[in-house]
Design a protein around this ligand. Structure first.
Ligand code: CMP
Length: 394
């Protein structure tokens, strides 16, 4: 392989990498989503016979184009697979075979199925198999959702409580199905005559779905049904609680790593020891702002201060002038220290990453780390004097 084609391959790889922040990658993701939306809309419209009658040619052409885009995308992804860091040590062909067997590889392959079927002679009409295959395109949407990876980690982290809830679910289901079978089988032999039939009723009741196709008629059966519905709500609430806590914890861990990465760029934190730093990192939050967005408005109450880890902001002073602050600087501290409204408005001049520290955490940290509090206070005093000086000159 020549060096030129190698760099082209790595360039294409960086554009197609999920969550890559570069403008080209963003444009590709937007294009991919639009193509996906057009494809799905065409398949859905094609299934409405009255609508499709007049527009069949256009809808089929749209499906053809979308299919071809996905086919080309699949081939390109196959070509760039050796660029993945995971396969760095493998020969290119082996890397490609490995990628084909991954989830994104399989989803990509399924998305090209309509193309294979159409070239194989299957017509795309409203209700045939090829259209059903097009619906598999919706799986590509999953590749755009970063939360999928988080979901997998949450399920893995919380597998013990999730398993406990599922076991409670299974116990309730079996116990209720058996009891209902005993109470109801004489009156309703069809619905409750066998345990599998009684289990269908138990699942519909325990999940609080309640189709109403099978209803207990005896007093015993109804009591079991009532208990089951109440237990169902409790079990679902338990599962919701386990997953919600798991998601929150996972997000906190990720945020901690993100902040840890950013914090080293702020000089005021650089001299702190690891233990002190880890305390601060736990309290900071990252915020990404595009260019020309107002972060603070003069006169607003101050509930937080900001450290610039990357980017630039413009402080619009009440005297009319402005000051620019960039990497490593902080702002928003005056309102916290003086407990007064914001003294100036602050807006980003280019895309900027800020670390936010909320007032309650600021006061707590300030009491633990006097050196940090002093540095912030000194700067606030200097700024206040500078502003007063400017006002005096007006
Ligand atoms: P605060 O008053 O909370 O909100 C506006 C912020 O602008 C203020 O805190 C300071 O952080 C910042 N600021 C005000 N005056 C100056 C200045 N002269 N130079 C740099 N930053 C300033």
């Amino acid at each position: 392989m020549t060096a030129a084609s190698k760099t082209l391959r790595s360039q294409v790889f960086s554009v197609l990498r999920p969550a890559e922040p570069s403008p080209a990658a963003r444009r590709w993701r937007a294009f991919h989503l639009i193509v996906l939306a057009v494809g799905l809309l065409a398949v859905i419209l094609l299934s409405i016979d009255e609508f499709a009658a007049g527009h069949r040619v256009y809808l089929r052409s749209a499906i053809w184009i979308v299919t071809i885009v996905f086919l080309v995308e699949y081939l390109v992804r196959l070509w760039i697979a050796p660029e993945m860091p995971l396969y760095a040590e493998m020969p290119p062909m082996r890397a490609r075979l490995h990628w084909v067997a991954t989830l994104p590889g399989l989803i990509g392959l399924l998305a090209t199925m309509p193309a294979v079927m159409m070239t194989g002679g299957y017509g795309i009409t409203g209700t045939d198999t090829a259209s059903v295959f097009c619906i598999l395109w919706i799986m590509k949407l999953g590749l755009h959702a970063p939360a999928f990876g988080t979901l997998a980690r949450v399920i893995s982290n919380e597998r013990a409580p999730i398993a406990s809830v599922l076991i409670v679910f299974a116990i309730l289901l079996m116990a209720a199905a058996t009891a209902a079978h005993m109470f109801e089988r004489v009156k309703q032999p069809e619905a409750f005559g066998s345990l599998p039939n009684a289990m269908w009723w138990a699942v519909v009741t325990l999940t609080t779905t309640g189709y109403g196709d099978v209803v207990p008629l005896t007093v015993g059966g109804r009591m079991i049904g009532s208990l089951l519905m109440i237990s169902g709500i409790a079990v679902l609430a338990l599962m919701t609680g386990v997953l919600a806590t798991g998601f929150a914890q996972e997000e906190r861990r990720r945020e901690y790593l993100r902040v840890w990465d950013q914090v080293s760029r702020v000089p005021i934190f650089a001299s702190l020891g690891v233990v002190t730093l880890s305390e601060i990192v736990g309290k900071l939050r990252t915020r990404y702002y595009p260019a020309h967005v107002t972060v603070l408005r003069r006169g607003d109450p101050g509930d937080s201060m900001f450290f610039i880890s990357n980017g630039e902001v413009e402080v619009r002073l009440p005297t009319g002038g402005s000051v620019r602050l960039d990497d490593g600087a902080f702002f928003g501290e005056m309102a916290l220290l003086n407990r007064q409204p914001r003294a100036a408005s602050v807006a980003t001049t280019r895309p900027t990453t800020l670390l936010v520290l909320y007032a309650s955490d600021f006061y707590e940290i300030a009491s633990h780390i006097p050196a940090l509090a002093e540095a912030v206070e000194n700067e606030a005093t200097r700024r206040r004097e500078e502003n007063l000086g400017r006002e005096g000159k007006r």
